[in-house]
Design a protein around this ligand. Structure first.
Ligand code: ADP
Length: 275
């Protein structure tokens, strides 16, 4: 109000001010649209050749090359996958910024989703010298639910790959439960590690974009600082909550809870290996 009085005192009418604001808003909107378009094009231009490289590298691995060549091929594959992860994170963040992150809804088999995610984590964790523990319900209240399996898996993998990254020679545990609260079924997922842990002040900024607990130039762990921001956004879209409990030096427990609706046992997603 004080600013408005200042503007009026300077002889600018409210109509003029509203007109100027509209013009700048339209210019900003046009700029935003151009930026989104640029991000989408860039994503496609980078992802297409990168996927071709990764496809060829996988074929090379299947050719059973000599041991030392295989080690080099695997390094190329891991670096390519890491690059693809970074690009996907940047593109997801751009979608979030423009309110374009949308969830799909399908029938999801939680048992096979949990098992296939756990299997992926096992592969990565073992490479880092970690033990893996998986604790799944013996019986689900609702094994088939309506949800977005791709985004759900993305959050689980993100939490699990962080757990593996910040733990060396320890244990990473994936736990899943279903809770009943006022006739609503909730899915609770926990990813616990025995790694470096996070200080209280670090915990406050974890879910903010680009934040890393150690942001020094000499930091030991790589990453964009976007993973948890994207996880939080996805969980918000699900109408759920995400959080962390942690003791520095002893480990962290990341958890999320989302409401789920029971579904018929017919999967619309392509068959997933559950072994
Ligand atoms: P990134 O891992 O790409 O840096 P994230 O948003 O996934 O970005 O994580 C942000 C920061 O949170 C990490 O840089 C790290 O400092 C901290 N963090 C996340 N998960 C863990 C964990 N399991 N143990 C310790 N620190 C963690």
């Amino acid at each position: 109000r004080r600013q408005l009085r200042g503007v009026q005192a300077a002889g600018v009418s409210l109509e003029e001010m509203a007109r100027e604001l509209t013009v700048s808003y339209q210019a900003a909107e046009a700029g935003n649209r151009a930026k989104s378009q640029f991000m989408a094009t860039m994503g496609h231009e980078i992802r297409t050749p990168l996927n071709a490289i990764l496809g060829m590298v996988e074929l090379l691995e299947l050719d059973r090359p000599p041991q030392d060549t295989l080690a080099k091929v695997r390094t190329i594959r891991r670096s390519g996958e890491a690059l693809l992860d970074v690009i996907n994170e940047i593109l997801d963040f751009a979608k979030i910024e423009h309110g374009k992150l949308e969830l799909e809804e399908r029938s999801v088999d939680l048992q096979s989703l949990a098992e296939s995610s756990a299997e992926m984590m096992r592969g990565r964790a073992v490479e880092a010298g970690n033990k893996v523990e998986i604790d799944l319900p013996h019986r689900w209240r609702a094994r088939w639910v309506h949800s977005d399996p791709t985004r759900l898996r993305q959050v689980m993998l993100n939490l699990m790959s962080n757990a593996v990254k910040f733990t060396q020679g320890g244990t990473v545990t994936l736990r899943m439960r279903q809770l009943l609260r006022k006739d609503q079924i909730w899915l609770r997922v926990e990813v616990q590690d025995t790694g470096i842990g996070i200080s209280e002040e670090g915990r406050d900024k974890l879910f903010r974009p680009f934040s890393q607990v150690d942001s020094s130039i000499s930091r030991k762990y790589g990453g964009t600082g976007l993973g948890l921001t994207i996880c939080k956004e996805i969980i918000d879209r699900f109408g759920g909550r995400i959080g962390v409990d942690s003791v520095p030096g002893f480990g962290s427990l990341f958890w999320f809870e989302i409401p789920v609706e029971q579904a018929e046992g017919v999967s619309l997603e392509p068959a997933q290996s559950s072994s």
